[in-house]
Ligand binder design. Structure first.
Ligand code: DP6
Length: 330
């Protein structure tokens, strides 16, 4: 048995069967404020550092039923070809939780993420799948167990089990049972968010491979863990007092540090396109002119902006194409 299947079996009950004909669940997209970049155990998606995120008002709804001959996956109304990467990724995850080897699933999944928003749907996708499976089999798993199980699909999925601010503690156990995300209660009704869709160019390297290359080859990677520790401390402090400048500075510096670390890998990993850099310079200039506006970027060329609601008009004037998206704090 591989380590992922062993880990899944530590989480789900030993014996189970469907308790309903079908089960549906929703999970939100999460935006990393302090990034997860680098694994200590690759197959279990166990991170080397903690990370921290906030969910937005967009996500994935997934329905699970039993199928007869083979697994079927429908994504946004279109049946997926069994050789497509998403089908394979999903069914490999389903292998971890089949009640018996011949059990087959029918999965219907719908993303309500703004079209081509450049937001990864794998985190909300695996979280919604795990929540639906929990209902389908009546596992009655705790939030922590659900988070651990979602992590086996994709690391960042563990932060999409609950809405709001989420702190993924890296944990130290070899089986990963102490590596899950916990909700952090914080009030910040003024916080606002928007996405700049800057390029639809295909990514040259996926985040799992990019993380591995960064850990293996970037001379800056040894510094990453201490940067995360400092940033996490600062971020928690900023949430306590709704200190927006501390919040913004912390998340932007964390994102730039992650990118600098991957830029120094070999071969280099540069997700930025010319439009990314132009947007960053526009943000730096706006800030120099007095607008409190900060950016974060993930494994892609698009830029995500944080600001406070009272500055929405100025932000929209600066970036006419911004996709404003509500944050979900509860
Ligand atoms: C840059 O969770 O997609 O978005 O665990 O290999 O599936 P795997 O990686 P994934 O990585 C997300 C990386 C990131 C930062 C983050 O979300 O924290």
């Amino acid at each position: 048995m591989d380590s992922r299947r062993t880990a899944a079996r530590l989480i789900v009950p030993l014996s189970y069967q469907p308790s309903v004909a079908s089960a549906t669940a929703y999970a939100p997209v999460n935006i990393a404020l302090i990034k997860y970049w680098g694994k200590r155990t690759i197959p279990l998606h166990l991170p080397l550092t903690d990370s921290f995120s906030i969910t937005i008002d967009a996500g994935t709804t997934t329905t699970v039923t039993q199928s007869t001959l083979s697994d079927t996956v429908s994504l946004n109304g279109t049946p997926l070809d069994p050789s497509s990467p998403f089908y394979l990724r999903l069914t490999t995850f389903l292998d971890l939780v089949r009640p018996h080897p011949a059990f087959r699933f029918a999965i219907t999944t719908q993303n309500d993420i703004p079209t081509a928003a450049g937001l990864a749907s794998s985190a909300s996708g695996f979280a919604a799948l795990v929540l639906a499976l929990n209902r389908f089999f009546s596992w009655n798993l705790s939030t922590q167990q659900l988070s651990c199980l979602a992590r086996l699909g994709s690391g960042s999925a563990c932060r999409s089990i609950q809405a709001g601010f989420s702190h993924w503690k890296r944990g130290t156990r070899a089986d990963g049972l102490d590596s899950y995300a916990e909700k952090v209660p914080a009030e910040w009704p003024e916080l606002a968010f928007g996405i700049l869709l800057l390029s639809s160019k295909q990514k040259t390297i996926g985040s799992s491979d990019a993380m591995r290359r960064t850990v293996d080859t970037s001379p800056l990677f040894p510094l990453w863990a201490s940067c995360v520790e400092r940033d996490l401390e600062q971020l928690l402090k900023s949430l306590e007092g709704n200190d927006f400048d501390l919040f913004g500075r912390t998340i932007e510096q964390n994102a730039l540090t992650m990118h600098a670390t991957m830029h120094a890998s070999w071969p280099p990993i540069v997700y930025w396109q010319p439009e990314t850099l132009s947007a960053l310079h526009a943000i730096f200039k706006a800030r120099a002119d007095g607008l409190p506006l900060y950016a974060t970027m993930d494994a892609g060329p698009n830029v995500k902006l944080f600001f406070q609601k009272n500055h929405t008009e100025e932000v929209v004037k600066l970036f006419l194409d911004i996709q404003l998206t509500k944050l979900t704090l509860h």
